[in-house]
Structures are given as C-alpha cells and as structure tokens.
Write a protein that binds this ligand. Structure first.
Ligand code: NAP
Length: 250
C-alpha cells in the first residue's frame, strides 16, 4: 500500500529525467502509471524498470505538442486502467539559446508547442475524464523560469510563465468540482535536458545560482510531485510550488 494505491496516473515525457523519476515514484506508491513520451526507447525503459520493481505501467508513444495524441493518451488510459486520477504534464524541451531579438521563429514555435500548448492539450482531455471520475489531480511542470526571466531563453521563459497562468485558471474553474491543479517549479536539475547540452563549466556556473550550492536531482522533484498528487495535499490547489535550492529566494 502506498500514497497512491488504486490510482491511475499519466506522466508525459516520462522516458527520461524528471518524468521518469515521477513515474517510478508514483508506481512505487501503488499507482498504475501511463508512461508517455515521444522517445519510444526511453519510455519503454521506464515501463520496464517499473515492471521489474513489481509496479504497474503501460507505455504510449505520444507527442505532447499534438492535441490528438493527448486525446489518445486519455482514451488509452481509461481503456487500460478504467479511469484517470492523476496527470503530470511534464514533457518539455529546453529549446535553442538566443536573445529575443535574434530568436529563430521556428524554434519559438517548437518550444511553445511542446512546453505550453502541450500542457493545455493535456488538460483539455484530462479534465473531462476526471470530471466523469468525480475528481483528480493535475500537476503541471513549470520551472523557476515560470517566475523570473533568463537571458537567452525567451520561448522557454514565456512558455513556463504561461503554464503557471494556465494552472491558476484551471484551478479556479475546477477546484470546486474535485480537481486540484498545481504547478511545480524546479530549479536547474541534473537531467539529459541539461547534461546532454551543456559543458561541465556551464553546469558548475548554473549550480552557483542556487544558494544551496548545487543542482537538483530528478528524485527531489519527484518527492514534491508525489506529495502534491496525494490526498495529503487535499487543500493544495492553484499554487506554484518551487523545488529549487532557494534559486528564487534572493
Ligand atoms: P529530459 O530529461 O530531456 O526529459 C524530457 C522527456 O520528454 C524526454 O524523454 C523527451 O524526449 C521527451 N519529450 C520531448 N519532446 C516531447 C514531446 N513533444 N512529446 C512527448 N515527449 C517529449 O528533461 P527533464 O529535465 O526531465 O525535463 C522535464 C520537465 O521538467 C520539462 O518540462 C522541463 O522544462 C522541466 N524542467 C526541467 C529542469 C531541468 O533543469 N532539467 C528545470 C525546470 C523544469 P527526447 O529526449 O527524445 O527529446
């Protein structure tokens, strides 16, 4: 028995990094987990790890930036496990680094499509399924960059601020109907989103921006997400919850 026993949870972008940690922790706490990702190999590896640990999981290859794929995820989740109790809209990319006045239009469109529209599309189909189920919890993955700016990342910053606004709006609309909606804001976390793209010295420089003196780990984000997803957080909705080593404190 765990915090999420008998619950069905969707985690998007769960083939790597933070999403994988969330999917594994959800499953370890008793949830049946729908793992979705554009990366089939990564997503299947997450499912295999969960099954190996005697958890329940099912992989759906899906592109979060496509509305139809988000509809398919919810339909398949209901077909497979009977209902949707929890959805963590986590899939996201870092995008290109360039100042606003030079940011390539197609790069902007891509980041907004995955990081912002993807969260809306997810909620667009998760909410009706949760209403049928008389409630649920939606966790949207924002960032510290959903609260403050960051030079060279206009699309990412705009998308993550958008996720925070979208979260507040859905919480106002649906909290009285039994659906809690919250945003989580990690600081810089050691995942392939950073480690695959940034040299060691840049990673060290990013670490110094966190008063705690280091980068975060995906498991540390997953622990907050687990609590927010559980009944223990029954009065928590509409807010933004930082897990950021005091990045936003100064
Ligand atoms: P990650 O390790 O790169 O994992 C993200 C996963 O999402 C990857 O498997 C990726 O596949 C997948 N993905 C990319 N585009 C997708 C799409 N269109 N549809 C479905 N899946 C897609 O990244 P992460 O660091 O765990 O990031 C997860 C979330 O946390 C993101 O929303 C990110 O913005 C947020 N976040 C991260 C940090 C950080 O410092 N790492 C900080 C704050 C917030 P591919 O590998 O094939 O692209």
């Amino acid at each position: 028995m765990g915090l999420l026993s008998k619950k069905t949870a969707i985690v998007t972008g769960a083939g790597s990094g933070i999403g994988r940690s969330i999917a594994e922790l959800y499953a370890a706490n008793g949830a049946s987990v729908i793992v979705t990702d554009i990366d089939e190999k990564g997503g299947q590896a997450t499912v295999d790890a969960i099954l190996k640990a005697n958890g329940q999981a099912h992989f759906i290859k899906a592109d979060s930036s496509k509305a139809g794929d988000n509809e398919k995820i919810v339909q398949e989740a209901v077909a497979k496990f009977g209902k949707v109790d929890i959805a963590c809209n986590n899939a996201g990319i870092g995008g290109l680094a360039a100042p606003t006045g030079e940011y390539p239009i197609d790069a902007w469109d891509k980041v907004i499509a995955i990081n912002l529209s993807g969260v809306f599309y997810g909620m667009r189909y998760q909410i009706p399924a949760m209403l049928l189920n008389k409630g649920g919890v939606i966790i949207n993955m924002a960032s510290i960059l959903g609260q403050v700016g960051f030079a060279g990342s206009p699309a990412y910053v705009a998308a993550k601020h958008g996720v925070v606004g979208l979260t507040k709006t859905a919480a106002i609309e649906y909290s009285s109907k039994g659906i809690r909606v919250v945003a989580v804001g990690p600081g810089f976390i050691e995942t392939p989103l950073l480690t695959d793209k940034l040299p060691e010295e840049k990673m060290k420089a990013l670490a110094t921006l966190h008063p705690i003196g280091r980068l975060g780990k995906p498991e540390e984000v997953a622990e907050l997400v687990l609590w927010l997803s559980s009944e223990k957080a029954s009065f928590v909705t509409g807010g933004y919850y930082a897990v950021d080593g005091a990045y936003l404190a100064p």
